[in-house]
Write a protein that binds this ligand. Structure first.
Ligand code: NAP
Length: 283
């Protein structure tokens, strides 16, 4: 059954409008025996109303992108696709080649949001020049970065193409709240959409008593509450990854949860916000 809450969107710089809830694909495409289940998990999400899929050329050495293509076959216009270029491919010419290879694997003519996966040795200005060219050619619709801390973001926005750096994808979950000190408010101020990756701390998030109590109040799993928490602000997007159909169903429930001030206080007590400046967690 279609869940309308999954269609909620967030807005950012350069006219970016994207769904607030999506499914991740890291660790997909690594084993032939799991492929059918991985395609089925994404399809199940799309059938229920998921409108965003996050992938990268790195995942499964390109195989995750082919899984996304298979899952989205015949419904490309319904899905907002995010993919990423690896830093060593992100030269002026290399980023163009990488994007074209991703387009071929994704079996599409455009990527909705294209990110630099993390900072590497190629000058950022070169990568962004390539992104601008890809955008002019209609091969990508928006671009951004990933794993950038506040200083790196400030540098990116000051550059010639900074006005169009629309998103930063970083690790963020109840157990890893470091970005709340500076990066999260900084991105809000500059209209940069923050994509929270590993919202379940890669499946390692331990559910506290308080988290379980909030979950039972809302009639959902602790995981759904943890995911809902990573999309509680207007500039936050969440991208949990789930292969098991039970996990997919549980995680999708997050999109319809509105956490109350009481819920947030319980979660703050069990998973305290950072007290000082904390370096960015990187996967
Ligand atoms: P995650 O979403 O925090 O956790 C995924 C793990 O949690 C999987 O093992 C999954 O199991 C399990 N899980 C999902 N729903 C569950 C539920 N309801 N109950 C119990 N377990 C559940 O971790 P992630 O994959 O690291 O992050 C999500 C996405 O973010 C990635 O897939 C990727 O697209 C993106 N990402 C980006 C970066 C970056 O550098 N930009 C880095 C890491 C991740 P099953 O799969 O078995 O269902």
């Amino acid at each position: 059954m279609l869940q309308p809450a999954l269609a909620r969107t967030v807005r950012g710089r350069d006219g970016l409008v994207m769904p607030a809830f999506g499914l991740g694909t890291w660790r997909m495409g690594e084993s032939k025996s799991r492929r059918a289940a991985e395609v089925a998990a994404l399809k199940l999400g799309l059938d229920q109303g998921v409108r965003l899929i996050d992938t990268a050329e790195m995942y499964g050495d390109g195989a995750a992108e082919t899984i996304v293509a298979e899952a989205a076959q015949g419904r490309r216009d319904e899905v907002f696709i995010v993919s990423k270029v690896m830093p060593h491919n992100a030269s002026r010419a290399g980023a163009i080649r990488a994007a074209e290879a991703s387009l071929a694997r994704l079996m599409t003519d455009r990527i909705d949001l294209y990110l630099l996966h993390w900072r590497g040795s190629h000058p950022l200005e070169e990568t962004l020049e390539a992104f601008v060219r890809l955008k002019h050619e209609g091969k990508i619709r928006h671009f951004g970065v990933s794993n950038f801390d506040t200083e790196a973001m400030a540098g990116a926005l000051l550059g010639r193409h900074g006005a169009a750096v629309a998103s930063n994808q970083v690790m963020y979950n109840l157990a890893r709240r470091g970005i709340e000190t500076r990066l999260l408010p900084w991105c809000a101020k500059h209209d940069v959409v923050v994509m929270a990756y590993s919202p379940l701390d890669r499946g390692q998030l331990a559910a506290s008593k308080g988290l379980r109590a909030v979950a039972s109040r809302h009639g959902v799993t602790p995981e759904a509450i943890a995911i809902a928490w990573t999309m509680r602000l207007p500039h936050l997007v969440t991208i949990p990854k789930a292969t098991s159909p039970t996990h997919v169903h549980a995680d999708l429930a997050a999109a319809r949860i509105s956490l109350t001030p009481d819920d947030l206080a319980v979660l703050d007590a069990d998973y305290p916000p950072p007290e000082g400046d904390v370096p960015l967690d990187i996967e």
